[in-house]
Each structure stands twice: as structure tokens, then as C-alpha cells.
Design a protein around this ligand. Structure first.
Ligand code: C2E
Ligand code: MG
Ligand code: MG
Ligand code: MG
Length: 277
């Protein structure tokens, strides 16, 4: 009967909640040791010129190879790491690893590959963020312009502080991108005064392409307005050929997505680049 069912649902809910909490604590403990135990690694998704197919750079995406739970994706541990602050040392590791990898590719004769790294707001709240980034770039011995930081619109929740940090990073010659554009609350006109190089249109908008009615025209409007403000527009999450045609027709010529390439391991990127040479 309904009453009994309700009770079962209730108990089920708590059992699930409990499971969720203990999995979280388990993950938190394990994540604390993950760096030194060498369990974290990066995959790289190419950024492609949509007309020529040229690789314009790669985006580093974090993966965790957990000994018993297997491969864990960022959606399951980044927010946890943000909550606990662990994202700060992890984020430093990511920047360093990505730059070292780019250097390694260069030494192997694969050219100067630009690397983009995702940055959480929590990392930027750390007072030493800019200095740390500068130090890592210097230690690895890399032109700062080969590093790009992908940040989300949520930085605009603290505009004054964010603007100051972005200007400091730009003064170091580091490239800056707004990731997942369109999902936050900022407008392009608010971003116009920021020293941003690239705007990445969120996959949810790219999914609407090609739809020549209202939804498709939102993408068109973002591209047009972004261009008029001198941002380079990158489309993320391209899964179909016809999306490419629409983007190129509307002058968005850089993209990422499974249709172009899924995120690859460092070794796979090597092969990917060699095939292009
Ligand atoms: P993001 O920066 O927007 O990265 C794009 C995500 O979409 C990646 O998922 C990528 O694998 C996936 N993707 C790319 N192309 C396609 C496509 O065509 N179709 C579909 N369905 N998905 C596609 P991933 O690697 O699981 O990363 C998820 C998010 O986790 C990232 O979103 C980023 O916000 C965050 N993240 C990843 N690595 C790091 C990191 O090192 N530090 C921080 N702070 N966040 C990270
Ligand atoms: Mg990103
Ligand atoms: Mg994105
Ligand atoms: Mg995203």
C-alpha cells in the first residue's frame, strides 16, 4: 500500500544519502594521496581549425586512475576538491604537468603545442594564484603565451577581484578563455572590458545547431557579438558534421568535440599530431 511504499522510499533515501556521504569521504581521503601516488593523469582534447583541420592546441582534462574504483572523471571529484580546497594543489599539479607535456612534445619534434588548463574559481581565490602560475611557467621554461587558462563566467560574482587577477595574468602574457559561455549569468558586454582572448560557446548551445529557427540563431548571435568585441570564438562539444558547416558559415572557425577528436592520452596525441605532419 501507499503508506508502506512511502516509508520504503524514505528509508531508501537515507540509505542512499549515507552511501553518498561515505563514498564522498572515501574519495576525499583517497584524493589527498592521489598526487603522490601518481594516480592523476591528463588527457588532451585537440582544438581544431574547422576549415583546415589543423591542431591549434589542446585542452588538458584531468583523470583519476583509482586503484579499486577504476577511472574517475572530473565531474565526480572536482566539486569535492573545490569544497575541501584540495583543488589548489591539484590545480598546480595540472598546470605543471600540462606544460611539461607540451615541452616534451616539442622536444620530440611535434611543434609548439598550446595547452589550455581548466581553472576553478576556488583556485583564483587563493592569494598566491598569480605568483604560483608565474613560478610554474618559469620553472618549466615555457613561453607564457603557450599556456591558456579556461575560467567560467562565475568569476564575475566577484568582478573587482577577478578583473585585477585577469589583468595580472594577461600582463604575464598568459592566454585567457571564458569556458562554457552562455551557462552563467554574465553577458558578453560585461566581459568586453576583461583581457579575454577566447570565448568558448557551451556545448548546450552547440547542440542546437543546425536549427535555423530561434535556437540556432542564439549561437549565431553569440558568434557575431563575440566577434564584434574582438574575442575569438571556440565551439565546444561538436558531435556532428552539419554543426561544422553551420559554424564555419557563421565565421566560428575553431572547435572541439567528439566528432573532431575525443580527449586522448599524451601518447595518442603524439600519433594524432604525427598523422598531420
Ligand atoms: P569543460 O572544461 O567544459 O570540458 C569539456 C568536457 O566535455 C570534457 O569532459 C570533455 O571530455 C567533454 N566533451 C568534449 N567534447 C565533447 C562532445 O563532443 N560531446 C560530449 N558529450 N562531451 C564532450 P570531462 O573531461 O569529463 O571534464 C568535465 C569538466 O571538468 C570540464 O568541463 C571542466 O570544467 C572540469 N575539469 C576537467 N579537468 C579539470 C582540471 O584539471 N581542473 C579543473 N578545475 N576542472 C577540470
Ligand atoms: Mg574547459
Ligand atoms: Mg567547456
Ligand atoms: Mg563544460
Amino acid at each position: 500500500n501507499a503508506k508502506a511504499q512511502g516509508k520504503n522510499t524514505f528509508q531508501f533515501y537515507y540509505a542512499e544519502l549515507d552511501k553518498g556521504t561515505s563514498r564522498k569521504m572515501e574519495l576525499d581521503n583517497a584524493l589527498r594521496k592521489a598526487i603522490e601516488l601518481n594516480q592523476l593523469f591528463l588527457c588532451y582534447q585537440p582544438k581544431i581549425h574547422l576549415e583546415t583541420g589543423e591542431v591549434l592546441g589542446v585542452e588538458a582534462l584531468l583523470r583519476w586512475d583509482h586503484p579499486s574504483l577504476g577511472l574517475i572523471y572530473p565531474d565526480e571529484f572536482i566539486s569535492l576538491a573545490e569544497e575541501t580546497g584540495l583543488i589548489v594543489p591539484i590545480g598546480q599539479w595540472v598546470i605543471q604537468r600540462a606544460l611539461e607535456q607540451s615541452k616534451d612534445w616539442e622536444e620530440k619534434g611535434l611543434g609548439k603545442i598550446n595547452v589550455a588548463v581548466n581553472i576553478s574559481v576556488r583556485q583564483m581565490q587563493d592569494d598566491s594564484f598569480v605568483n604560483t602560475v608565474e613560478q610554474i611557467v618559469e620553472d618549466v621554461g615555457m613561453e607564457p603565451s603557450r599556456l591558456e587558462l579556461e575560467i567560467t563566467e562565475s568569476i564575475m560574482q566577484d568582478p573587482e577581484r577577478s578583473v585585477a587577477i585577469l589583468h595580472k595574468l594577461k600582463a604575464l602574457n598568459i592566454m585567457l578563455a571564458i569556458d562554457d559561455f552562455g551557462t552563467g549569468y554574465s553577458s558578453l558586454s560585461k566581459l568586453r572590458y576583461l583581457p579575454i582572448d577566447h570565448i568558448k560557446i557551451d556545448k548546450s548551445f552547440v547542440d542546437d545547431i543546425p536549427d535555423f529557427t530561434e535556437r540556432g540563431s542564439i549561437v549565431k548571435a553569440i558568434i557575431e557579438m563575440g566577434k564584434s568585441l574582438n574575442f575569438t570564438i571556440i565551439a565546444e562539444g561538436i558531435e556532428k558534421e552539419e554543426q561544422i558547416a553551420f559554424l564555419v558559415e557563421n565565421s566560428c572557425i575553431i572547435g572541439q568535440g567528439y566528432h573532431l577528436s575525443v580527449p586522448l592520452t599524451a601518447e595518442q596525441i603524439e600519433l594524432f599530431l604525427k598523422k598531420q605532419m
